[in-house]
Design a protein around this ligand. Structure first.
Ligand code: SAM
Length: 302
C-alpha cells in the first residue's frame, strides 16, 4: 500500500501536512469500530477516509490488514488510537458528569466526532478548534451523511498558534462556566511556546472544577525511534512522516505546569489502559510509543 499524500508541513487542508494525521486517526477508528473486540465505536470515521482521495488505498477493516495486530501501522498503531479514543471517551463522559460542565473544548479536534457519538447531558456545547481546511472537510462529510450532533456543536476555525482564545470566546465559550478540555494527539505538533501558551490559557479560562486531558511525548530526542517499525511503516505506506511533522524542540513540562498551578494530575502510559481493558498495544523494543503519556488533570474546587 502506498500513499499519495503530500508532506508539506504548512499545508492547511486535511489531505496534506499535519491535517492528514487526522485522517490517519480516522482510518484507525474505522478499523477499531468493526473489530469483534472493539474498544471504541465511531461509525463516521470510515466516511472521512472514503471522502479523501489521498487515502484511497488505506484499509478500513481489520480483515483488510494481512498481518492483523502484528502490522505495525494498521495493526498496532491503529489499536493504539482505538485505545486512546476509548480512554478519552471515558474521561469526557465522566468529567462532564462529575464537574457539571456544559462546555467541552476539543483542541486540534481534527475528525473527532465526539459531539455526534457521546451521550451528552442536555444543554452541552462542544467547541471544535482546528484549522479551517480540516473543519471544512469535516463539515462537508458530516453534512453529506445528514449526521446530527448530540450536543450544540460549534466549529472554531483557527490556528492554535494564533489568538484561538479570542476566537473561542467569540464563538460563545463562557470562561466563567465549568469546562472540560481535550488535546488528543496535538501538543507535539505545536511549537513549545504555543504549548506553554495553550496550557496557561486553558488554566486561565477554566474555573475550579474543570478538567483537561492531553497527550504528551516524553522522549528527549524523538529521532531515537526513527527506525522503529511504527514510524517507518507510517511513512512508507501513508506518506505521513510523523517525525517531520512533530516539533522536535525540547517540550515544556505541561503536567508539571498544571500541578504548579494547583491542578491534580495523573500521568499514565497507554499500556496502563491496555492492562485495564485487557487488550491494546504492549511495549516492544525500539518503540515509537515508549514516551507517550496520557495526562488527566483536574482543577480542584477550593
Ligand atoms: N484530536 C483529533 C483526534 O484525535 O482525532 C485529531 C488528531 S490529529 C493527529 C492532529 C490534529 O491537530 C489535526 O487535525 C491538525 O489539523 C491539528 N493541528 C495541528 N496543529 C494545529 C494548529 N497549529 N492549529 C490548529 N490545529 C492544529
Amino acid at each position: 500500500m502506498t500513499g499519495t499524500a503530500q508532506q508539506d508541513t504548512e499545508r492547511e487542508d486535511v489531505q496534506g501536512g499535519v491535517g492528514l494525521t487526522a485522517l490517519l486517526v480516522a482510518a484507525a477508528r474505522a478499523i477499531e469500530t468493526h473489530r469483534a473486540d472493539s474498544l471504541a465505536q465511531d461509525a463516521y470515521a470510515e466516511h472521512f477516509v472514503r471522502a479523501a482521495p489521498a487515502c484511497a488505498k488505506w484499509p478500513l477493516r481489520a480483515e483488510q490488514v494481512p498481518d492483523g495486530d502484528a502490522d505495525p501501522l494498521w495493526g498496532r498503531f491503529a489499536r493504539y488510537f482505538g485505545l486512546r479514543t476509548r480512554a478519552l471517551d471515558d474521561f469526557v463522559h465522566r468529567s462532564v458528569r462529575e464537574t457539571g460542565a456544559r462546555q467541552a473544548v476539543l483542541l486540534g479536534a481534527g475528525l473527532d466526532t465526539r459531539a455526534f457519538r457521546l451521550d451528552w447531558p442536555d444543554g452541552c456545547a462542544v467547541f471544535e478548534i482546528d484549522r479551517p481546511g480540516v473543519l471544512d472537510f469535516k463539515h462537508r462529510v458530516l453534512a453529506g451523511l445528514a449526521a446530527t450532533p448530540r450536543a450544540a456543536r460549534v466549529p472554531v476555525p483557527v490556528d492554535l498558534r494564533d489568538d484561538w482564545a479570542g476566537a473561542l470566546t467569540g464563538a460563545g465559550f463562557d470562561t466563567a462556566a465549568p469546562s472540560v478540555w481535550l488535546a488528543e494527539g496535538l501538543l507535539f505538533y505545536l511549537p513549545p511556546a504555543a504549548e506553554t501558551h495553550l496550557i496557561d490559557t486553558v488554566d486561565r479560562m477554566t474555573p475550579a472544577g474543570g478538567a483537561l486531558a492531553f497527550e504528551a511525548k516524553l522522549e528527549k530526542d524523538l529521532l531515537v525511534h526513527r527506525d522503529s517499525p511504527l514510524y517507518v511503516a507510517t511513512r512508507l505506506r501513508t506518506g505521513i512522516d510523523l517525525l517531520a511533522l512533530f516539533d522536535r524542540r525540547p517540550r515544556p513540562d505541561s503536567a508539571g505546569a498544571l500541578s504548579a498551578r494547583g491542578w491534580s494530575t495523573a500521568v499514565h502510559t497507554p499500556f496502563d489502559f491496555t492492562r485495564l481493558h485487557g487488550r491494546g498495544p504492549m511495549p516492544e523494543g525500539n518503540d515509537a510509543l515508549e514516551g507517550n503519556r496520557w495526562v488527566f488533570a483536574h482543577k480542584p474546587r477550593p
